[in-house]
Design a protein around this ligand. Sequence first.
Ligand code: ARG
Length: 358
Amino acid sequence: MTDIALREKAKAYLQLCYRELNKEDLFEERWLKVQSSIDEKGTYELLDFELDYGTKVAWRNSNKCIGRLFWRSMEVFDKRALDSIDDIFDVLFEHIDFATNGGNIRSTITVFNAHKGIRIWNPQLLGFAGYRQEDGSIVGDPKHVEFTEECVKLGWEPKMGPFDILPLLVQIEGRKVQWREIPKEIIKLVPIEHPSIKAINDLKLKWYSTPIISNMTLEVGGIKFMAAPFNGWYMGTEIGARNLADEDRYNLLPLVAEKMGLNLHDKNSLWKDRALIELNQAVLYSFRKAGVKIIDHNSASKQFMQFMRQEEKEGRNVTANWSWIVPPVSGSTMEVFHTEMHDIIKSPNYFYQEDAWV
Ligand code: ARG
């Protein structure tokens, strides 16, 4: 980023931050300091409260996220001071454990130093391996085939199961990527069962409790934190209508429909739709039974509408990406479906990054 772009982003964010936190009287002095730091070093450090608030505004600005009503409540772990690889792994384990909280999931972000080239190679801290077989078929999560290959290249032993938790891969600039297995005790897996269609339980499906995205860049005031893993709790459809159902993921709808005794050859039987609903019910039921916090899509949509109204009341324009906000099942039954949205990208935000191994 050029100094000019950094300066502009820094100023815009600090103005917003100091205005929203009622610290306007402190702004001018702070802005002078930030400018001289950019003059001297080409960058600046965010103060603790500036970083803390920035992680939250970045969430508020995440156009694809339906869960933004809770943007103010995120635990922020500021780990900018760390630089040893062992400390980084320990802190990542702590994140998993703290965020999972025995099932009572807490929205959490851990922010690592922006200037040391720290990269987490995993797309999420928790994820299942995907193995390509000799006949071309895949065991496990097809989304992670490439990442799994990277793990194996580094010496991680493939286990060839459908739900093997992957190791963590972390790199510090200029050094070789390192891997560690995640301690079993801090991983919570939920067995998926259906409340009444017992045949679905034969499929022995599972999912993990906590979705912790670790391959996005947190940008606050023009500073880019490439290692800043964050999590919320799951909305059921992410698992039941996408991860387990998409044809290029676990592709389970034909198997579920078979277990339900549906006719897969009759298009008018709506077998896919019916299997989809039952699989989603199984996910919600199983997470509740396991004591793991999860939200159904109807409630999430209501909460998002509440977020939109609350933001408008506070004088802010809500930006959102309709195609991501509307849940992947029963769209038109929810108010979000009938709501116009504007997908304008603001900063602070969380941005995609390229796969670290490319
Ligand atoms: N859709 C992703 C997954 O299924 C997780 C994205 C973040 N989700 C969340 N509820 N915070 O793993």
